[in-house]
Design a protein around this ligand. Structure first.
Ligand code: DQA
Length: 153
């Protein structure tokens, strides 16, 4: 199983960026922890971080037929990017949207996600734990035997 973890703009600055809002954990630490969780399950992770919308679109586009699920924090593009939304829909790969902060408890312009409708679900507000929960959800979505077992009569 192969999962793509996508980090949007300014998330490369985690750790020093507005620590009172986003905490002090840096992106390398988050990625390392995700990798450790995935390794325990025999899951391979790929990571991409970009400040450029087109690069994120390309990364999502190249996941089609190759990647089993996507975990994405689109960051500021959450609120604006029809291009990223369309890329997820076009790829046909199940995606989980994650946010460190609770976007619904913040400024009005952050309270709407244009990405959420093309994702299977969203985790918002738990700091780095949002990524861990998002990865759990993605691994469940991607699991080949996720249909409920038939119970014996
Ligand atoms: C964010 C929330 C966005 O509104 C913001 O632009 C970010 C980070 C989060 O993880 O809480 O860059 O996606």
């Amino acid at each position: 199983m192969r999962i793509l973890v996508v980090h949007g703009p300014n998330l490369d600055l985690l750790g020093t960026r507005e620590p009172e809002v986003y905490g002090t954990t840096d992106l390398a630490t988050i990625n390392r922890e995700l990798k450790a969780i995935a390794a325990q399950r025999g899951v391979t992770l790929e990571f991409v971080q970009s400040n450029h919308e087109g690069e994120l679109v390309d990364a999502i586009g190249s996941s089609r037929g190759r990647i089993d699920a996507i975990v994405i924090n689109p960051a500021a593009y959450t609120h604006t990017s029809v291009a990223i939304r369309d890329a997820i829909a076009a790829a046909g790969v199940p995606a989980v949207e994650v946010h460190l902060t609770n976007i619904y408890a913040r400024e009005a312009f952050r309270q709407h996600s244009v990405i959420a409708p093309v994702c299977k679900g969203q985790v918002s507000g738990f700091g780095p734990e949002s990524y861990r929960l998002g990865l759990e959800a993605a691994m469940t979505l991607a699991a080949p035997n996720r249909r409920p077992r038939k119970t014996r009569a």
